[in-house]
Design a protein around this ligand. Structure first.
Ligand SMILES: Cc1ncc(C[n+]2csc(CCOP(=O)(O)OP(=O)(O)O)c2C)c(N)n1
Length: 636
């Protein structure tokens, strides 16, 4: 009989026997593999936290006790145990359940996430709020060793230690970020854990703890004595101890009985504490254990073999970028590729494999990546910061203060610009054109296809007059041939791809192709459209815009970015500031709202950014009708 089917809330766990809980763990793994082989999702991280999540919900009382998941890509088990089992069919799908925690989705999600390293900061906020309000519940932050490479985690720890507030941090240490984890802290944990003397002491420590009856003063005094004599000298947790956070562990994160016991032991200890658990990413499903990086976030796959469905269509922009960058790095050894823990995601894994001396993975540390690039640039190197649009938000001040203000030649290669699909609102790259356009002296490019990407890569690498950025989308290219003889493009010049006298459509990035399709549809209705591939969002091709304003007299801008502050805003500013033009102008793009998850095509259609939607909006605009703001689902 299925135990999982009878679990509708964490309360249902409380009366299960240890054997039943273990059976439940098996059922959860089965369930996740069965669902995710169809929907895709973050399989390996979730298989790694099955026992941890069961133990947390057995020992603590959610939603009164608050569990905060860092990134929250590993919150599926938590969702399963908190009444959302029936929503798994729609996981990460349009209109379905989010792949991350969401305050809107459940009272068991006290905090939403998607970006890394926020759990400690938000959890100490929750804990301090509890203290202020005179409440009495537990707050738990679960954070991975990968997320511990992010500086925000240490800003949080700094406050946690000083606060003395009751907070439990679980460090879920599996040696993996998405790719193998990097950096000195990671090496410190690993070396300390594999120290044989430490392991002996650790076993004795937990033996002693287990002999202490229940929780309370006796535990504390015994625990402290052990701490002060031996632990401080040996354990990996000395860093935390010195920050005022009691350290426990490391313990086996798959030993369910042990976890429940340890959590029960430390549950009522006052003050900040950290339990370090060791887990195996992908635990219980061999293909995921063997390839934890591949199964971190995955599309549909064959359950029996673990084989992924082959991608359809032309090579992805990311792949074309990665290959072209390797070629450029062969040409010029001053080019350095930098990633923040996303070597495969950005295509820089190709560079790492071929020219490791020209590659850096700095961990989940985008602000640092930008500042580090600035330092490299001061000495005449040519750093290429390859970062997803959404994560580069973390480096905003560094872009202004450490790169642009210092006029350094840093090249930002911004992947996932635009809608990204099933990861949803935390991951859409729909703000970059807005947050970059205001930075003085920064050149911003967006290629209309993968061949232009390669030319823009060359352009950015040859540019030596300050910072420059190129943003390109997630997913397949347009299927055009890619040159092996890249050329530099003239800075600030657009490309007219189609001529027509009724309306001028200025499009950015992959919207150019959609604009051409829309223009062809409009032609059937007797409307002749000029289509311009903007290429540069900054500096704008003001000469071309001015000419089109004079000659065509009606302008439409299209971008896969927030309409607020984006390319269209730039065109409107120019037209207004020039005081020469009074041109009716329509700006199409992402409205002033967070966008939900779903396929990219579905979301583009939802926002009127597919060819039909664009043609319909332009038709209404030319007829002088109101252009209906598209039906937008609010983000989950
Ligand atoms: C700011 C930011 N940068 C990058 C990412 C992409 N990302 C998602 S999960 C992850 C690895 C997290 O590793 P860890 O915290 O150890 O969790 P695990 O998946 O190993 O359980 C990364 C790099 C992100 N979510 N946020």
């Amino acid at each position: 009989m299925s135990i999982l089917k009878a679990v509708d809330s964490p309360t249902d766990l409380k009366n299960l026997t240890p054997e039943e809980l273990k059976q439940l763990a098996d059922e959860i793994r089965e369930f996740l593999i069965e669902i995710l082989c169809q929907t895709g999702g973050h399989l390996a991280p979730n298989l790694g936290v099955v026992e941890l999540t069961l133990a947390l919900h057995t020992v603590f009382d959610s939603p009164t006790d608050k569990i905060v998941w860092d990134v929250s890509h590993q919150s599926y088990v938590h969702k399963l145990l908190t009444g959302r089992r029936d929503q798994f069919d729609g996981l990460r799908q349009y209109g379905g359940m989010s792949g991350f925690t969401s305050r809107k989705e459940s009272v068991h999600d006290p905090f939403g996430a998607g970006h890394a390293s926020t759990a400690i900061s938000s959890a100490i906020g929750l804990a301090r709020a509890r203290d202020h309000l005179g409440l009495d519940h537990h707050v738990i932050a679960v954070i991975g060793d990968g997320a511990m490479t992010g500086g925000l985690a240490y800003e949080g720890l700094n406050n946690v230690g000083a606060s003395g507030s009751e907070l439990l941090i679980i460090l879920n240490d599996n040696d993996m970020s998405i790719s193998p984890n990097v950096g000195a802290i990671h090496e410190y944990f690993t070396s300390a854990i594999s120290n044989p003397l430490y392991n002996k002491v650790k076993d004795q420590l937990w033996d002693t703890v287990e002999k202490v009856p229940a929780v309370g003063k006796s535990f504390r005094s015994v625990g402290r004595k052990i701490d002060e004599t031996l632990k401080n000298l040996l354990v990996p947790g000395i860093i935390f101890e010195r920050l005022g956070i009691r350290y426990f562990g490391p313990v086996d994160g798959h030993d369910l009985d042990g976890l429940i016991r340890h959590l029960g032991d430390i549950r009522n200890l006052s003050g900040p504490k950290l339990l370090h658990i060791r887990t195996i990413k992908g635990k219980g499903y061999q293909p995921a254990e063997d390839d934890a990086a591949g199964f971190h976030g995955i599309g549909a796959f064959d359950k029996e073999t673990g084989c992924r469905e082959p991608g359809e269509g032309p090579p992805a922009y990311t792949m074309v970028f990665g290959q072209a960058l390797v070629e450029e790095c062969h040409r010029d050894d001053r080019i350095i590729g930098i990633t923040g823990a996303m070597p495969a995601g950005t295509g820089l894994d190709l560079l790492e494999a071929e020219l490791p001396d020209q590659f850096y993975d700095v961990g989940i540390a985008e602000g640092h990546a930008v500042c580090f690039a600035a330092g490299l640039a001061t000495e005449g190197l040519k750093p290429v910061c390859a970062i997803y649009s959404t994560f580069l938000q973390r480096g905003f001040d560094q872009i202004i203060h450490d790169v642009a203000l210092q006029d350094l030649n840093v090249f930002f290669c911004i992947d996932r610009g635009g809608l990204v699909g099933d990861d949803g609102p935390t991951h859409h790259g729909t703000f970059d054109l807005s947050y970059l356009r205001m930075v003085p002296g920064l050149v911003i490019m967006a290629p209309k296809d993968e061949n232009e990407l390669v030319n823009m890569l060359r352009t950015g690498l040859m540019y030596d007059d300050g910072p420059i950025a190129m943003r390109y989308p997630r997913g397949s290219g347009e299927g055009v041939d890619v040159t092996d003889q890249p050329v530099e493009l003239p800075i600030g010049k657009g490309e007219v791809v189609r001529e027509g006298s009724d309306v001028a459509i200025l499009a950015v990035g992959r919207m150019v192709g959609r604009a051409v399709e829309a223009a062809e549809a409009l032609q059937k209705d007797g409307i002749e459209a000029t289509v311009v591939n903007a290429r540069f969002v900054k500096p704008l091709d003001t000469e071309l815009i001015g000419r089109l304003a004079d000659e065509v007299g009606r302008i439409v801008t299209i971008e896969e970015n927030s309409i607020r502050g984006g390319f269209g805003g730039g065109v409107l500013e120019y037209l207004s500031e020039s005081k020469r033009y009074t041109v009716p102008t329509l700006c199409l793009g992402i409205p002033d709202a967070f966008v939900t998850y779903g396929t990219i095509d579905q979301l583009l259609q939802d926002h009127g950014l597919d060819a039909d939607g664009i043609a319909a909006s332009i038709g209404s605009f030319l007829r002088g009708e109101q252009v209906l703001s598209t039906t937008v689902r609010s983000a989950g």
